[in-house]
Ligand binder design. Sequence first.
Ligand SMILES: *Cc1c(COP(=O)(O)O)cnc(C)c1O
Length: 415
Amino acid sequence: MTRITGRNFLFVPGPTNIPDRVQRAMLVAMEDHRSSKFPDLSSSVLSDLKKVFKTNEGQVFIFPSSGTGAWEAALTNTLSPGDKILASRFGQFSHLWVDMAQRLDFDVQALDVEWGEGVPVEKIEEILRVDKKHQIKGILACHNETATGVTSDIAGLRKVMDAANHPALLLVDAVSSLASIDFCMQEWRVDLAVSGSQKGLMLPAGLGILAVSPKGLEAMQSATSRRCYFDLADMISANGMGYFPYTPALPMLYGLREALDIIFEEGLDDIFSRHHYFAEGVRAAATEGWGLELCAKAPKWYSDTVSAIMVPAGINGAHVIDVAFRRYNLALGAGLSKVAGKLFRIGHLGDLNELMLMGAIAGAEMAMLDVGVDVVSGSGVAAASNYWRSNDPIPKRKVSKEEQFYEAHSTGSVQ
Ligand SMILES: *Cc1c(COP(=O)(O)O)cnc(C)c1O
């Protein structure tokens, strides 16, 4: 039975909820993508995306694909078959990027890390220090491993690359971190930053987004991997005039324009603070309320966009997810591959607020009770409530009680 009434509660970590403003912006008639007006739209989204990646000098590319396509574009445009790549895997997404690199005939050294931890920065430093001949051409890192709810330290990775004085390209998967967890492409000197539309950018799936540093663009000259649809050279010449080498996904671009407007209205820093605050509430529900463990092994790995919550032994996480979906119209994220059945995930990124998340927490709790998990009814909601009521989403702006009262009662300022 599927519920007809009420909203579907979508709490998978992508696709995320789409703001009504973005949905409306995408309801457009088709138009000529070779018109003289089209470049206004394409140029504005391409240049504004640079602000989201935090790069002035880099260049952004938009492909009609999902994030996986942008992974492929990053690899094939800058590396040659047989090139040595150093990567680490600790979840389904870091695993899949390694798998792709192997299938594209790169020579991948994959460091296997326990699921629940992230990029092993010290181990990478050791390897780079002994690679005196600089045979390693590229380093792959997954900034936010969506399968386990683990965020890695990309600034720290850059630091050890510099300490080893290593010239490899730095390729980073920022699909489930961009526009939700701070990502500083230029400061961290990331060469290829991969993203997609259906996570922090609050759009449907359908755009693969890639930001490339000047060093990454330079690497294209010597990279001999076969590429055609994803060839950045074709994009560069067409984008230069505000066009695409093929028919662009027009409604998605209008949606992206609106999503970028919303992002800049809120401000990136406030977006990151809000995501941290939401994540802390969800983590409080899981650990203090339900007494369950996160898949992420230590606080330094905690992701502010997704929490992977371990179910107790003897319980199948897939059962919790299925009951949540069928009975309460709540979509939770599944355990993927190695952690299938062992956990469920709550995505807390994009267009959200506390009470939407309360729905996810309450629904997950009801489904857990239904399948026999020993949690106290109401405990998750209570823990999240305690956290959110006693913390400010944007901690740096401390507002006094009087100001709060004034703001809440003056016209036009209630948000
Ligand atoms: C969602 C996601 C991807 C890309 O998946 P697509 O389905 O191809 O968009 C890649 N990496 C991470 C970390 C992700 O969360």
